[in-house]
Design a protein around this ligand. Sequence first.
Ligand SMILES: Nc1ncnc2c1ncn2[C@@H]1O[C@H](COP(=O)(O)OP(=O)(O)OP(=O)(O)O)[C@@H](O)[C@H]1O
Length: 207
Amino acid sequence: MVLNVRDLACARGGLPLLEGVSFSVTSGAALVLRGPNGCGKTTLLRTIAGLQPALSGEIDCPPDAIAYAAHADGIKATLTVAENLRFWAAIYGTCETSTALERMNLCALAERAAQNLSAGQKRRLGLARLMVTGRPVWVLDEPTVSLDVASVALFGDVVRAHLAGGGMAVMATHIDLGLPEAEILDLTPFKARLPETGSGDFDEAFL
Ligand SMILES: Nc1ncnc2c1ncn2[C@@H]1O[C@H](COP(=O)(O)OP(=O)(O)OP(=O)(O)O)[C@@H](O)[C@H]1O
């Protein structure tokens, strides 16, 4: 399987952010998006995940191949940890949740309501969800926020195992996940040019 992105342009709030973005990710590979705050990493990931349309360009990947993990963990507050994973497994038509519990160190918390988890524990549960989707393309937006050093290492192992099993990952992260083989794509050169207004830098100063 290959995720192909060709000459993609995307916008947020009606403002073009990125243009001319092209890359390919194949099974077993990871791509890390880099760039300053506000450059459009989240916007690009949302576009790839199908949550918003591209301005132009192509994304070649079956939509049901993608599992997206956003800033919000997407967990059900009143369900327990185990119930959350069973809920997601049912949504995605899979059934095995024990591996995700184990690999994200959630076994001891399995019967705790998600609303009573700490921020890092919630994040571990949100990331465990990826494992029960059974989907090969993981699109990850700052997956390590709130995670301590041990949990970052745990998640790095999970991503490595996903890649070794033929999956792939596209992620925005400022943290080293311990994936030396991951390609880095700096989005800075793909900043969209502002529409011609005739007044140049004056308008840009207010955008
Ligand atoms: N809902 C929104 N409506 C309008 N503009 C938005 C919205 N969300 C984000 N933006 C703007 O779009 C631009 C790109 O935001 P985006 O979240 O994609 O950047 P980012 O590269 O992921 O940033 P960071 O590294 O801070 O997470 C920013 O200038 C931001 O203020």
